[in-house]
Design a protein around this ligand. Structure first.
Ligand code: HEM
Length: 198
């Protein structure tokens, strides 16, 4: 299906925004975990801000799993960083070699993300409890399935089906990262008061 220039631009805009959110959450979590790996965990000072203390509660979960979390999120950076370029028709046409090379890195990163997401769904206490763990398990499984299908289709040189399945995998990856933005909104006390009042 051919999209108009405007629709194409709008889609790339959304893609860029979601990728930036992905980069943001990875950078924040990495800066949070590196000092813990380097010098151990020290209880942070209690904050008077409600939002800061809620972020602190989430941070307190990941400090117990720094290596697993980093193995999940560093490939996440490659995934969101390379994704938009993999979908560019211009790059694919002008430099198919680059597309294949970066595609291998993208697929490897995605595989690591999917496997670690599955492990984390079972072993890292879920912020949203059982419902969230069930959702992330389902997302991880479908993500891995979509990757497998995309890989199989490209081995069979069926680039149309490869494209369809990689779009599915990519959408799940970006959806999971953008959910952080929604979480952040619910984290704000002002918003929860507003919602409770409705
Ligand atoms: C199939 C896709 C994905 C699934 C199912 C998934 C699942 C998970 C799970 C289960 C956790 C443990 C914490 C929690 O319960 O929220 C987690 C943490 C995390 N994930 Fe993923 N993830 C996926 C993709 C990604 C991608 C593509 C990125 C990076 C852009 C990413 C970045 C993070 C970060 C930064 C954390 C640490 C918690 C935080 O700071 O928000 N994830 N993920």
């Amino acid at each position: 299906m051919l999209l108009s220039k405007t629709t194409n631009r709008a889609l790339y805009g959304v893609l860029a925004l979601l990728s930036l959110i992905g980069v943001g959450i990875v950078v924040r979590r990495t800066f949070n975990l590196i000092p813990i790996l380097a010098s151990g965990y020290h209880l942070p000072e209690a904050s008077s801000s409600a939002i800061a203390s809620k972020f602190g509660q989430v941070d307190a979960i990941f400090v117990h799993y720094p290596i697993l979390t980093l193995i999940h999120i560093i490939p996440g950076l490659l995934f969101v960083g390379l994704g938009p370029f993999q979908f560019s028709l211009k790059i694919r046409r002008r430099n198919p070699k680059w597309h294949r090379r970066s595609g291998r890195i993208f697929m490897m990163s995605a595989l690591v993300i999917g496997v670690t997401a599955l492990i984390m769904s079972f072993f890292v206490p879920s912020i949203g409890g059982f419902n969230q763990a069930a959702a992330t398990t389902m997302f991880s499984l479908f993500f891995l399935f979509a990757l497998f299908k995309a890989f199989r289709h490209i081995l069979q040189r069926n680039s149309l089906l490869h494209r369809e399945w990689i779009i599915r995998a990519y959408s799940i990856g970006l959806a999971v990262t953008s959910i952080r933005l929604i979480n952040a909104v619910f984290f704000c006390d002002q918003f929860s008061h507003w919602f409770n009042a409705q």
